[in-house]
Design a binder for this molecule. Structure first.
Ligand code: G4P
Length: 292
């Protein structure tokens, strides 16, 4: 498998983020709770110039709760503050401003030394495509959003959204590109829907998904499609799902594209159940191999 991204596109994204970073005190980095490391651009520190950061796990409602807790411990041990949120229902969202305030306490102390008592915080939202940036901004903006930078006669590209009394948020998010060198990371991103299916054939992603889910969450697969996994290969499973769902072409052959679309639609919408696509132990194994 090979997946290509284009250097020109990345360079532009990077420049835009660096520009936005200059205007804020804190970066709110969005990671998909189902694949927190795969959905994190590994160059984030470099790109944001080590700005204070709050990590939000989006789509926690679709992730395996026990693994989400493992991931929160993983990041906490690295000294990163994490909040799980569901931008669709708003769960966890009210904690964002107060957590930013805790993270920025050292900044307020240094401001105070210079005679500035203001605890105003400026933030930007950052993350890969489809991670939930717009949903979160819309949720935070609510009905009472104030665009604080909106003055007549002033041409400006950015607007600030007021969130509560102290937090101001850039209305346009920073879009990071997903970055991966190993095929597993690429596949996890593809399974989540972060990589468009025209880059990788849906059928290939669906077979990988069936292999992963039948190993880690066999019951969910059996319940959803009334299949018996036992020794079945991903190809046999996709075939059976196609048959059961009536994905047939002329002549009675299974329409694999259709069957693959069903599997991917079910995974990405959460209909298949709460599924996390990677665990911290996947990365420990890689680390240990590298150290051997
Ligand atoms: P982006 O700006 O980072 O590209 O992402 P965006 O907010 O557009 O969200 C991408 C998709 O993810 C949307 O679904 C959105 O509803 C969904 N989403 C965002 N945050 C969450 C979350 O915390 N939980 C769940 N379950 N879904 C979330 P869509 O299918 O593209 O649109 P729609 O369902 O809103 O119509």
């Amino acid at each position: 498998m090979s997946i290509h991204w284009f250097p020109g596109h990345m360079a532009k994204a990077r420049r835009q983020i660096e520009e936005k970073c200059k205007q804020v005190d804190i970066v709110i980095e969005l990671l998909d709770a189902r694949l927190p490391l795969a959905s994190r651009n590994p160059m984030i520190d470099e790109i944001t110039g080590h700005k204070p950061r709050l990590v939000l796990f989006t789509k926690g409602d679709m992730a395996d709760e026990s693994l989400t807790n493992e991931w929160i411990s993983y990041f906490t041990q690295l000294g990163v503050s994490v909040l799980p949120i569901d931008a669709k229902t708003g769960k966890g969202v009210p904690k964002i401003a107060s957590t930013c305030e805790e993270i920025l306490e050292p900044l307020f102390v240094s401001r105070k030394k210079k005679g500035i008592v203001s605890k105003r915080m400026r933030a930007m939202v950052l993350g890969i495509p489809n991670v939930g940036k717009s949903s979160l901004i819309n949720r935070l903006a609510g009905r009472h959003a104030t665009q604080t930078g909106d003055r007549p006669g002033v041409t400006k590209a950015q607007q600030w959204i007021r969130v509560g009394k102290k937090l101001e948020l850039l209305d346009t998010p920073g879009i990071l590109w997903p970055k991966f060198e190993d095929p597993d990371t690429g596949m996890r991103l593809a399974m989540s829907g972060a990589i468009k299916d025209d880059i990788l054939p849906t059928e290939e992603i669906a077979l990988y998904t069936l292999k992963y889910v039948s190993f880690h969450y066999p019951k969910l697969l059996e319940e959803r499609y009334s299949v018996v996994i036992q020794e079945q290969t991903p190809v046999e499973l996709l075939d059976e799902i196609g048959k059961k769902r009536g994905c047939l072409m002329r002549g009675g052959e299974i329409d694999w594209d259709k069957a693959a679309d069903i599997v991917m639609g079910d995974l990405r919408s959460g209909r298949l159940g709460r599924i996390t696509l990677e665990s911290p132990s996947d990365y420990e194994e890689i680390g240990n191999e590298e150290n051997d």
